[in-house]
Design a protein around this ligand. Structure first.
Ligand SMILES: Nc1nc2c(ncn2[C@@H]2O[C@H](COP(=O)(O)OP(=O)(O)OP(=O)(O)O)[C@@H](O)[C@H]2O)c(=O)[nH]1
Ligand SMILES: [Mg+2]
Length: 482
């Protein structure tokens, strides 16, 4: 068993009793913070959040709910720039970086855009082109509004061909300031999903029930009501091009004349809304810029997280085998997690470095012990030890002496801890959250999630094999020969 130690292990320095004491005191504070502080903070925060999310009933009201001013947008753009600058320090691909920078520069220019971009979307033949045509003739402030028709959504033909054109259309729609989403009846499932997606992206929108002339008056009212209830947002009814109706005239001489008459379009509710919208033009443009800044930031952060993960993975692997070796050599069943946690402190520092979360050794130890204690409390230690012994038994390596279960468990738990930290760090704001205290509730959820992801029996089997190979190279050879 040869383990190359590139850094001093902290097991020695940090005595078990000290760890136990830390564990105990952390346990108390976790319970206190967990049960009162954190939970009530979460409850209050969550309540406010829900309150804000549920408030809007009307798209223009909803706009009021989205508090945006120029300064907020500028600060969002600055945050995007921060992520890109960070990226520039950590990656090589400068052409792709330049492209990102150009897009951010564009955002600053966008802030002063005058024209409001309205996207007109919906399924095939719902009346998009017709509506645009009549709107252009009727909206008073039309020179301030550009109406753009998207390709029709929900085309089965394309979907069957594996083409995800809906996603492309919705991505295009996201660049507009406002969306008119047309339908001709109560919503289909796909229409509902698409609208939810726009809502989730903070995209101001109106649902337009077009071709309302095809309904009887009370039918139209009930469809409208149902749409309003489902959407919790603004819905208007229009008839962009009502079906011609037959007009019959009885003349004084007893003859009857008949002809077809084209009723005038009924778009009054909508034009009124659009005129109001123009008054909100500046805020709409800011909101769009804000969304675009958010998307760019997410793109940059994804890239950054990807490269950081590539650097973090070998580090986690290194520490997991260090932990395995330590626990194998000194198998103290219930406590091995604490020894593991002591090693994790160095891992916490190394991973923290990659994610620009600088920890002092003392802070890193606290994080490690906290994680160890959370893992104990969540039952992850017991669960994984059991699962690993089961896998070991079913692999007919039962004869291997004590220590292997502990060793492999320690490796496994170190891995879960490492991956959880990576996941946790990834959620932090770049360069803003650096150095802030741990959010225990977040960490707990992340641990549970990562543990579940790494619990599949297939993965465990592979992992146990790898562990045995590391700890007992001879046994593995026998196994392999068989
Ligand atoms: N009865 C009725 N028909 C309408 C109304 N609006 C549009 N139409 C008709 O619906 C059909 C489709 O209208 P378009 O405007 O081409 O629809 P579209 O959504 O642009 O269609 P695609 O771009 O092909 O998806 C045409 O025959 C229109 O005359 C309406 O309010 N009432
Ligand atoms: Mg069309």
């Amino acid at each position: 068993m040869v383990v190359k130690l590139q850094r001093p292990i902290l097991v020695g320095g940090l005595g078990l009793s000290f760890s136990l004491w830390m564990l105990q005191s952390w346990h108390d504070s976790i319970v206190q913070v967990g049960e009162f502080g954190l939970l009530s903070a979460l409850a209050v925060g969550g309540g406010l959040w829900l309150f804000q999310k549920n408030r809007p009933k009307d798209s223009l009201d909803e706009l009021d709910g989205m508090v945006v001013d120029r300064a907020t947008v500028e600060s969002a753009i600055a945050k995007t720039e921060t992520v890109i600058n960070q990226l520039a320090q950590e990656v090589e691909n400068h052409t792709a970086l330049e492209a990102l920078r150009e897009q951010v520069a564009q955002l600053l220019l966008e802030l002063d855009r005058q024209e409001i971009k309205v996207a007109v979307t919906g399924g095939k033949s719902v009346g998009k082109s017709t509506l645009i045509k009549v709107l252009k003739e009727n909206v008073e402030t039309r020179n301030l509004v550009s109406l753009e028709e998207t390709a029709p959504l929900f085309r089965e033909v394309f979907r069957e061909a594996g083409d995800n054109s809906d996603a492309a259309v919705l991505a295009e729609v996201a660049k507009s300031d406002f969306v008119l989403f047309l339908t001709n009846s109560d919503l289909t499932d796909s229409e509902f999903q698409a609208l939810q997606q726009l809502k989730a992206a903070n995209q101001p929108r109106i649902l337009v029930l077009n071709k309302q002339d095809q309904y009887l008056a009370d039918e139209s009212a009930s469809v409208l009501l149902s749409l309003k209830q489902r959407m919790q947002g603004n819905v208007v009814a229009t008839a962009a091009s009502p079906t011609p109706i037959k007009v019959r005239k009885h003349e004084a001489d007893g003859s009857v004349q008949e002809w077809m008459e084209q009723p005038a379009p009924n778009i009054q509710q909508l034009t009124q809304q659009l005129d109001e919208l123009v008054q909100q033009g500046q805020r709409l443009v800011w909101l769009t810029t804000m969304r675009k800044a958010g998307l760019l930031k997410a793109e940059a952060k994804n890239w950054l997280n990807g490269t950081r993960r590539d650097r973090a993975t070998p580090i986690i692997e290194q520490y997991q085998w260090i932990a395995a070796a330590a626990a194998f050599a000194n198998p103290v069943p219930a406590l091995d997690i604490i020894a593991t946690a002591a090693i994790n402190a160095q891992m916490v520092m190394d991973l923290g470095n990659i994610y620009q979360q600088k920890f002092s050794l003392e802070q890193a130890q606290t994080v490690a012990v906290t994680m160890g204690s959370l893992m104990l409390k969540l039952g992850l230690v017991e669960l994984s030890t059991k699962a690993i012994s089961t896998v070991l038994k079913s692999n007919a390596v039962t004869f291997v002496a004590g220590g292997v279960v502990q060793g492999v468990s320690a490796a496994y738990l170190t891995r879960v801890a490492g991956l959880s930290l990576v996941e946790y760090f990834q959620q932090q704001e770049i360069a803003i959250d650096s150095g802030t205290g741990l959010n225990l509730e977040n960490l707990r959820q992340t641990l549970q999630k990562v543990f579940q992801q790494n619990q599949q029996i297939g993965f465990l089997q592979g992992f146990v094999k790898q562990g045995v190979k590391r700890l007992l190279p001879e046994v593995q050879q026998v196994e392999l020969v068989k």
